[in-house]
Design a protein around this ligand. Structure first.
Ligand SMILES: C[S@@+](CC[C@H](N)C(=O)[O-])C[C@H]1O[C@@H](n2cnc3c(N)ncnc32)[C@H](O)[C@@H]1O
Length: 318
């Protein structure tokens, strides 16, 4: 897209979207399908007409952005120092040398790996800035993400979890997308080698863990994880009458997962779900619409998700 005289083409209170790396195309398709105007895009960021809800495939939404002209580096630094909070720089690809030089003269909010806590206590106020070109800043004083630019790297547990899938549930829990209670009982489908079951076992009283493949030895030892070897599509929801939550990280088509979800909604007491919808190739936006027709549900592309999204429903409890 043409960036010539871009500052003259910006709509008032424009928004900036930062796409997830490697999923820029998905964000573009999502915006096109929803009829939203893209003013400018490159592989680092999109400038769009004002938006108040973060699209699924955006890592960060910066709403109500301002474009501020500056005459030289010292002027840009002065402008950025005039804000009450610390700034976080988002790369735009415009004059990166100048951006680096400005950053050297600023105090910035540093990005540190996050300690897993529920809920996350992190609540620093910050503003986001980037360079539109060599004489214009983009500034957003109200970024949408709790963590700067939607960056969400944890201090990982290298001792117990058998793989890194557990980070998805850490993100869901620490950002308050769901609330679990010790009186809850959960079923975890497609659970092997056991990262999700391990996380869940610390927040609910009992976890039914179902997979064709076994759990890792360490996870099997957890007393409140009850493992069943089997096909998640063959088990009967009526056999798990005490469950209030269903978690699924099964590798299957979105269509098959949707059928499974409806089966559990219709035939069990489970009203609460966290399910990974996995894609082979392009995102199927039509099937996402079908998931979203289920009341009280939402879809998020977690920082920890790859070519997949997370469908979450916290409905009524048992
Ligand atoms: C991405 S892995 C799950 C990782 C798991 N959430 C964790 O934290 O360790 C996907 C799992 O789905 C399981 N799976 C695929 N089809 C299944 C089926 N029909 N029934 C049960 N499990 C299935 C696979 O065996 C695999 O272990």
């Amino acid at each position: 897209m043409d960036s010539f005289l871009l500052h003259k083409k910006l709509p008032p209170n424009f928004s900036v979207l930062i796409p997830f790396i490697r999923f820029e195309k998905e964000l573009e398709n999502e915006l096109l399908l929803s009829g939203h105007t893209i003013v400018f895009k490159n592989n680092k960021y999109f400038i769009v007409a004002p938006l108040d809800k973060k699209p699924i495939w955006a890592q960060e939404l910066l709403s109500d952005c301002q474009c501020i002209e500056f005459s030289n580096k010292a002027h840009a630094v002065k402008v950025l120092k005039s804000f009450d909070t610390l700034g976080v720089y988002f790369p735009t690809d415009a004059n990166t040398k100048l951006a680096d030089s400005i950053r050297k003269d600023l105090r910035e909010l540093s990005l540190k790996r996050i300690e897993f806590k529920v809920p996350s206590p992190f609540n620093f106020k910050y503003f986001a800035w980037g360079l539109l070109d060599s004489s214009h800043l983009i500034v957003c004083q109200s970024p949408s993400s709790q963590f700067p630019l939607g960056w969400h790297e944890f201090k990982e547990d290298k001792a117990i979890p058998p793989n890194r899938a557990y980070l998805k549930l850490w993100e869901v829990l620490s950002l308050g997308y769901i609330h679990l209670d010790k009186s809850d009982i959960a079923i975890d489908l497609g659970s092997s080698p056991g990262g999700w079951s391990w996380v869940l076992s610390q927040f609910v009283s009992k976890v039914y863990s179902v997979d064709k493949a076994p759990l890792s030895e360490k996870i099997q030892q957890q007393k409140n994880i009850l493992y069943t070897s089997g096909d998640a599509f063959q088990i009967k929801p009526t056999d798990f009458a005490d469950c209030s939550w269903l978690f699924s990280d099964i590798i299957c088509t979105p269509e098959r997962l949707l059928g499974l979800v409806h089966n559990w909604i219709d035939n069990s007491n489970v009203q609460n779900f966290v399910c990974t919808i996995k894609f082979k190739g392009d995102c199927n936006f039509d099937i996402l619409k079908e998931f979203l027709q289920i009341q009280d549900s939402r879809i998020i592309h977690l920082y920890q998700n790859k070519n997949e999204v997370t469908w979450i429903r916290q409905g009524n409890k048992k």
